[in-house]
Design a protein around this ligand. Structure first.
Ligand code: F6R
Length: 246
C-alpha cells in the first residue's frame, strides 16, 4: 500500500485529484469508480478545474458510483446521483449517458442490485475505485457485519451512519434507512483503489482498517488484501495509523 500524508484537506484533495487525473491521462476511456460524501468534494472541484483549464478530457470516460439511497430518485437533492451531477458531472465534459449510479427508485431493489453488478462486470474492470471511509470503518455502504458481502446488494444502514448523514437532511427521521451498494467483492475487483480520508474523526477507523485484523466488523480492513491501494489522507486522519507504523 502506498500512503500519502498531507498537511490538510486541501492538499489531500490536490494529491487525490492528481492520481485520478493521471489515470484519465494514461487511459482516456477509463472506467472510474466514484464515491460521494464530503471527503471527495475538493478532489472533484480540482478535477473540474483541470477540465476547465483544458488539461483533462472526460469525453470518453465512463463512471460507476458506489452506492445510492433506496427510495430517492436522482432529482432529490440528497440523492447520490444529484450529488455527482452537482459536484462533478455538470462541470466536466463527460457524456452523462456514460455515468452510472444505482437506481434508488427501482421498484425491485434486489433486481436493481443484480442489474448493477452485471453492468459493472460488463463495463469493467474498474480502473480506479475512489473510496471514502466511514467512522465505523464502512466502505460504500458496506456496514460492519458478521460477514463480508461480495456483490452489489441492499443494506440496512446502521444508526451511526444514519446519524452521520443526518446533517444533510432536515432531521434524522428523513434519512433513508436502506441503500444499494457495491459489495466488497465489486470494490475489490477494481484494478486500483484510491482511499481518501480527512480529519481526526477518521483516525481510529483508518488505524483499525490498516493496522488491525481483517474483520467484517471493520469493512475497510478487506483492503489489506488488495494489491494496489493508495491511501491519501491528511495528517489528522492518518495520525493513529502513523503512530503504529512508526
Ligand atoms: C459514499 C460512500 C461512503 C462515504 C463515507 C465517508 O459514496 O459510499 O462510504 O465515503 O461515509 O463519508 P464522508 O466523506 O462524508 O466522511
Amino acid at each position: 500500500m502506498r500512503i500519502y500524508c498531507t498537511e490538510d484537506y486541501e492538499a489531500m484533495s490536490r494529491k487525490a485529484a492528481a492520481i485520478m487525473a493521471a489515470q484519465v491521462l494514461a487511459k482516456p476511456d477509463s472506467l472510474l469508480g466514484l464515491a460521494t460524501g464530503s471527503t471527495p468534494v475538493g478532489l472533484y472541484r480540482d478535477l473540474a478545474a483541470g477540465c476547465a483549464a483544458g488539461d483533462l478530457d472526460f469525453s470518453q470516460v465512463r463512471t460507476v458510483n458506489l452506492d445510492e439511497y433506496a427510495g430517492l430518485d436522482g432529482t432529490h437533492d440528497q440523492s447520490y446521483r444529484y450529488f455527482m451531477n452537482k459536484n462533478l458531472f455538470d462541470h466536466i465534459n463527460i457524456d452523462k449517458a456514460n455515468t452510472n449510479v444505482p437506481d434508488g427508485k427501482a421498484a425491485d431493489p434486489e433486481a436493481e442490485c443484480r442489474r448493477y453488478e452485471a453492468l459493472v462486470a460488463r463495463l469493467g474492470p474498474i480502473d480506479i475505485q475512489l473510496l471514502g471511509l466511514g467512522r465505523n470503518g464502512h466502505i460504500g455502504f458496506n456496514e460492519p457485519a458478521d460477514v463480508f458481502v461480495g456483490p452489489t446488494h441492499v443494506v440496512e444502514l446502521t444508526q451511526s451512519t444514519i446519524d452521520a448523514n443526518a446533517r444533510f437532511f432536515a432531521s434524522a427521521d428523513e434519512v433513508p434507512k436502506r441503500a444499494l451498494t457495491m459489495g466488497v467483492g465489486t470494490i475489490m475487483g477494481a484494478k486500483k483503489i484510491l482511499l481518501v480520508v480527512s480529519g481526526a474523526d477518521k483516525a481510529q477507523a483508518v488505524k483499525a482498517a490498516f493496522a488491525g485484523p481483517i474483520d467484517p466488523h471493520v469493512p475497510a480492513s478487506i483492503l489489506q488484501l488488495h494489491p494496489d491501494v493508495v491511501l491519501v489522507g491528511d495528517k489528522a486522519a492518518l495520525a493513529a495509523l502513523m503512530e503504529v507504523r512508526a
